[in-house]
Design a protein around this ligand. Structure first.
Ligand SMILES: Cc1cc2nc3c(=O)[nH]c(=O)nc-3n(C[C@H](O)[C@H](O)[C@H](O)COP(=O)(O)O)c2cc1C
Length: 327
């Protein structure tokens, strides 16, 4: 497959494994890159610069294909140090998300990096374009993690963004198979970023009990929390997620929610399976699959299915020639 995104990133298929807090580590990123997509190591998984350095080194042992780094701006005090780290290590591809990326752009450019910004709205993507981003990820309402505050579906966001932006658009939110890849390309995207589908793979360090809960979840089992903090986040609907919503209804501040939505509770949940502690970001597409395959297999099956879908669509056109005059 060839799009401006495959050309820009030097990858075979326009499929990116998005930043995954606590889970976006070397094994997963390398498996996705080795299969022809782009894996991202999530800098926010690490406390210190040396931990991040070791993870990048590990990914380089696991694959000779490009692996990028996701920098969630504002998620850690050490992020600026992490940016220096990836610049010095010669990481070629960086995806930023979260807050305004402006303070980091000069460093990305000085080191000749390819920089893609993740945005939940076209206006933020336009700002990134002005700052010199090489591409943008537009995140739709159905996505796991932070889909922004606008509640606009991916189908609308991508069509609008790909019309109004000059740089290539990557679609994120609900993409999990070949059908959704083809749909995103049809809407004008030139690549897709996937979170939830890659969470449920063999390579992630997610506790087996949580993987099982995800296998059983339907598309109705996610909920948006932290809207009152203006940090809307789509998570698996659990008693803890419901507790956050109840506290939000009572006007709770972040400090009053920290024991559930903070980093310690999150790690306790994903690594030790303690669902009575934190919450897990999960997209609506969790209702569309229930297996836990290797990440490379996920990528291959998306690519294979997309070829079948494109052939089917092509046949539809053949069966009804556009030149046929309407009755
Ligand atoms: C468990 C989980 C953790 C995430 N952590 C991050 C993160 O640290 N940084 C980031 O930019 N995006 C993060 N995201 C968002 C994903 O990178 C991606 O944009 C989103 O999951 C796409 O929607 P989908 O889940 O429907 O595939 C996370 C998503 C999930 C499901």
């Amino acid at each position: 497959m060839r799009t401006r995104i495959t050309e820009l990133l030097g990858i075979r298929y326009p499929i990116i494994q998005g930043g995954l807090q606590g889970l976006g580590r070397a094994e997963l990123a390398a498996a996705v890159s080795a299969a022809g997509g782009l894996g991202l190591i999530t800098a926010g998984c690490f406390e210190t610069r040396s931990e991040l350095e070791a993870e990048i080194a590990r990914a380089r042992v696991l694959t000779d294909q490009p692996v990028g780094v996701n920098i969630s701006i504002g998620s850690r005090r050490t992020m600026s140090e992490f940016v220096d780290c990836i610049c010095e290590l010669g990481v070629r591809i960086v995806f930023t998300s979260g807050n305004n990326p402006e303070p980091f752009v000069e460093r990305f450019k000085r080191h000749g990096m390819i920089w893609v910004h993740v945005a939940p709205a076209v206006r933020f993507a336009q700002k990134a374009q002005q700052l010199g981003a090489d591409g943008v990820v537009l995140v739709g309402f159905e996505a796991g993690g932070h889909p922004g505050m606008d509640d606009v579906a991916l189908s609308v966001l991508v069509r609008k963004g790909s019309t109004e932006l000059e740089i290539p658009v990557i679609a994120a939110g609900g993409i999990s198979d070949g059908r959704s890849l083809v749909a995103a390309l049809a809407w004008g995207a030139e690549g897709v970023q996937i979170g939830t589908r890659f969470v449920l793979t063999r390579e992630t360090v997610l506790h087996p009990g949580i993987k099982q809960a995800l296998q059983q979840a339907s598309e109705h089992d996610t909920v948006m929390i932290e809207r009152t903090l203006r940090k809307a986040r789509r998570v698996l609907r659990t008693p803890q997620a419901e507790a956050v919503l109840e506290l939000e209804r009572q006007g709770a501040s972040f400090e009053q929610l920290r024991h559930i939505v903070g980093g310690d509770a999150y790690l306790d949940t994903i690594l030790h399976g303690h669902t009575d502690r934190g919450v897990l970001s999960t997209g609506q597409c969790i209702g569309l699959f229930d297996d836990v395959p290797p990440a490379g297999e996920v990528l291959r099956s998306i690519v294979e299915e997309s070829a079948v879908v494109m052939q089917r669509l092509h046949r539809l056109v053949d069966d009804a020639p556009l030149s046929a005059s309407p009755r």
